[in-house]
Design a protein around this ligand. Sequence first.
Ligand code: CAA
Length: 384
Amino acid sequence: MEFDLSEEQEMVRRLVRDFAEREIAPVIRDHDRAGCFPWEIIRKMSPLGLLGAPVPQEYGGMGVDFITYAIIIEQLGHADTSLRTTVSVHSSLAELAILYYGNEEQRRRYLPRLASGEIIGGFSITEPNVGSDAAGMQTIAAQDGDTWVLNGNKLWVTNGALGGLAIVFAQTDRSQGVKGISAFIVEAVLPGFTATEIRGKMGLRSSSTAEFVFEDCRVPQENLLGQIGDGFKIAMACLDNGRLGIAAGCVGLAQACIDASVKYARERKQFGRPIGSFQLVQDKVAEMVIETEAARFLVYRAAYLKNKGERNTREASIAKLYASEAAKRAADRAIQIHGSYGYSDEYPVERHYRDVRADTIYEGTSEIQKLIVGRHTLGIDAFA
Ligand code: CAA
């Protein structure tokens, strides 16, 4: 067993950390306050290959392994969870869906544009009445000649209002249950498709989160992703990748909470001493460090299995559950260490505290991750 990062992985880690410190950290509070999407940062990430990290080079990406991908996402999460969410959904859910389930024509048409950041990708399964029970979706796609006619509403689509594309899941044969769901590549330009930005979010304010409406939206046959009826399995397999991305981002957020807390606890003096010299502060820092390091290894294990081409549903869920809950606790402890200053966006921990709240919810709540781990352990495939 090898615990060291390779030279290349260490180089990528430093590259992303330097980029984040130079280009993201100075502007992110203003973006968060204004709730505006940081297109100028996306444009600067493009030449570094950060928008197509796991995409093979033949399709315009970097073609990195999944541990390296996790390292990139961790560093983005360290800087800003809005941006990390944008990138991990774009790569883990949109790019990898097309890479693994698209035909050659779809890969050549979409992956280079996604990997360069010319367009940003989303993934749309959730609906106003459908969250954890993803198979219960109500959006319908009816075949009409060489097009599919989509009708329905989708909600909480990360990257949904950026004018790019989304992988959209819809019922193509309700009588078939989970085997009656299909996946489509939907470009934002299609008539009958409307994406509206959702405002008023607690956190992730500089990322795009949209509501979709499909009204007789005609999607060409060639945009069917995979086979008819494969949609639910595609969605679940993609979410394994998505959950790995979130877990890696949460490790970054938790590490950012540690770094900010250590700096503050060394500088801030009370009772004539730096507050870091008090054992109750050390206790909080120690808990954060232990949980963050444990989370990082869970992420690496899930990524390692992915590198070997093995299914990692259970390990991705364990990593997502543990890392997101640990990051939530880390953000809470960091605020406590910062006292009243932590309650203000003068310090980044305030943003981390708001942003991390989404991590235990999107791409499967903590409760759903426990259900997946429980089912796998007990060898139970479905609800009895
Ligand atoms: N990989 C491949 N196939 C899988 C799979 C996986 N990870 N998970 C399930 N499947 C297959 C099963 O083997 C089964 O196939 P068979 O019928 O051939 O045996 C089929 O899919 C149905 O599986 P289940 O019986 O387990 O399905 P279920 O209806 O009981 O649901 C669930 C399981 C775990 C609860 C699932 O619905 C789930 O993960 N729910 C949470 C949904 C979610 O994460 N939503 C968030 C979406 S994205 C988002 O948040 C916004 C964004 O912008 C990112």
